[in-house]
Design a protein around this ligand. Structure first.
Ligand code: FAD
Length: 527
């Protein structure tokens, strides 16, 4: 046995003894850590949501997938251990999903990023792709792949999220309508299961594990490496915003653009609630806008809507993005003169939320509670749910964007663990909207019971949207296991069976609150 492996085993053993001891204590990194494997930090109990702060007993900073495997082999083979384990990517969850109360948090950013790009050669079959650590950030992958004029096809709006973190959820943005979510753009995964087995899986090899892990909320294994599909990156993009004062026209135009995947490369939209939302949404969009909306009075407020779309510009392919934008916009019905186009580099476009982050950080508004609610709503219910949302917020004091945009059901693989709203029987309904209420609770204006009130309202909104329109939460948070059963609906048994198979002692991702840890004195043998 080499020295490094010996040290790792000793560290894991000491950690387990510490966690199993009746006088549980937190080890200092100085006590045992020849490989810097175990240390304690407070960041593991904080996430972007700033709503829950569950402290782990210890933090593991693995240097390789083998370190993770050894920890999980040890924990799963002891029937007395109650210790749970959560992988933490960038910690941008809202409700403590990457936390492990009294358990072990694995900080995935300590794994070397090791990004390897495979560019398809002229005349070669197959795809270009990148192999990358599960703890790397999407931004790191973008920077590395752009060096070869390549980039992933499907994104999130914000790039400082980890590969493993977004693949555990879905990963959506304005490219989803065209290429599907990020989980539809993965060729292969390397995963450490709840029993510590290190498995390379794909749609054709160990496909049940592959499908379980994608959108699996961290329940079935820890993604240590992913193979991500790449495409040629454009040098520049034409970035367009068009304003509407009527929701029906806005959503009709969104669906028009949805039907043009050969021309449109990105499609989103948002509600313009007030002056502040117009201003903050314009920080990253470098156009001089002459839009002076009348938001009405407090008693009779008026809101607007903005469609955002993008056309890629490839110099060597001779594309004429200006002409494409003109052809598309001729068919749209936005408010007269209220369409704005800018040309920016592809990198700046993808990195747009970073500019908003910097602005919010400067104003002390980034590290505040974020009671976010994201829902997938079938097209048949979108008008009703828009009304429900508007009836339950106050337009003049809502801080943060409300995103609304459509995508197509058939771009999602139903074998993965994500749940979408069911299609109405016989309707063949393809279009699903995402509504993201990305609210900040600024302590200066939201104090006392204000945060709790917003959280209660969100719970009620999600429940009502589910009952009335078949909506499903995305990045879901449910306060009890029975609500998770409802969330998964007819897919619950598959989800629970996958848990029994890949993490039978229910060690992984306790912060999601779906399953309870199994150990010697629990009466049940199933989570
Ligand atoms: P974490 O919060 O660290 O973890 C999330 C969950 O995944 C936890 O259960 C954790 O245990 C598990 N996990 C983490 N890493 C791994 C791994 N390697 N293997 C297995 N399980 C793992 N989402 C979108 O889809 N589209 C967006 O446009 C978008 N924009 C966002 C913008 C901001 C500013 C923020 C804060 C979030 C945004 N999100 C978006 C949500 C984001 O995708 C999720 O919160 C995602 O989980 C964040 O990734 P993370 O690395 O921070 O995950």
């Amino acid at each position: 046995m080499d020295f490094a492996l010996f040290c790792t085993r000793v560290s894991v053993l000491v950690l387990l003894l510490a966690l199993c001891s009746p006088n549980k204590f937190i080890q200092s990194p100085m006590d045992f850590d020849p490989l810097n494997l175990v240390q304690t930090t407070t960041t593991a109990s904080v996430d972007f949501g700033r709503i829950l702060f569950n402290s782990p007993s210890a933090v593991l900073r693995p240097q390789s997938p083998r370190d993770i495997s050894m920890l999980l082999v040890s924990l799963s083979s002891s029937s007395f251990s109650k210790v749970t384990v959560a992988a933490r990517g960038a910690g941008h969850s809202i409700h403590g999903q990457a936390q492990a109360l009294d358990g072990i948090v694995i900080e995935m950013d300590s794994l070397p990023s090791n990004i390897e790009i495979h560019k398809r050669r002229e005349g070669e079959t197959g795809f270009s792709y990148a192999d990358v650590s599960g703890g790397a950030l999407w931004m790191e992958l973008l920077e590395e792949s752009l060096k070869l004029a390549l980039a992933p096809r499907s994104w999130t709006d914000y790039l400082y999220l980890s590969i493993g973190g977004t693949l555990s959820n879905g990963g959506i943005s304005g490219q989803t309508f065209k290429y599907g979510p990020q989980i539809s753009n993965v060729l292969q995964l390397e995963v450490v299961t709840g029993e510590g087995e290190l498995v390379t899986c794909s749609p054709t090899k160990d496909s049940e594990l592959f499908n379980a892990v994608l959108g699996g909320l961290g329940q079935f294994g820890i993604i240590t490496r992913a193979r991500i599909l790449l495409q040629d990156a454009p040098e520049k993009v034409k970035w367009v915003r068009a304003f509407y004062d009527d929701f029906h026209t806005f959503s009709r135009d969104q669906e028009l653009l949805l039907s043009m995947p050969d021309s449109v490369d990105y499609l989103e939209g948002f509600i313009v609630l007030n002056e502040q939302s117009l201003h903050s949404s314009s920080i990253a969009f470098p156009a001089h806008m002459e839009f002076i909306p009348d938001f009405g009075t407090k008693a009779h407020s008026k809101v607007y809507y903005c469609i955002e779309f993008v056309v890629h510009e490839y110099q060597d392919k001779g594309t004429n993005a200006d002409q494409v934008v003109e052809e598309i916009s001729r068919q749209m019905s936005y408010m007269p003169s209220q369409m704005y186009t800018v040309e920016v580099s592809y990198f700046d476009f993808l990195n747009r939320v970073r500019i908003e982050e910097m602005s919010l950080r400067r104003r002390g508004l980034w590290e505040v509670p974020h009671p976010w609610l994201n829902m997938f709503v079938p097209k048949s219910g979108i008008n009703q749910i828009r009304d429900l949302v508007m009836d339950n917020i106050s337009a003049d004091d809502f801080e943060g964007p409300i995103l609304i945009y459509p995508f197509l059901r058939d771009k999602w693989d139903t074998n993965t663990s994500v749940v979408l709203p069911e299609a109405m029987p016989g309707s063949g309904e393809q279009v699903i909207y995402v509504i993201g209420m990305l609210r900040s609770a600024n302590p200066k204006s939201c104090s006392g019971g204000c945060l709790d009130e917003i959280l209660h309202r969100n719970t009620w909104l999600a429940k009502t949207a589910g009952e009335h329109a078949g909506a499903k939460q995305y990045l879901a948070h449910h306060p009890s296991p029975s609500q998770w059963t409802d969330h998964f609906g007819r897919h619950w048994h598959r989800f629970a069976d996958r848990k029994s198979r890949f993490d039978p002692r229910c060690i992984l991702s306790p912060g999601q609150g779906i399953f309870s840890r199994i150990y010697a004195s629990t009466s049940s043998h199933r989570c």
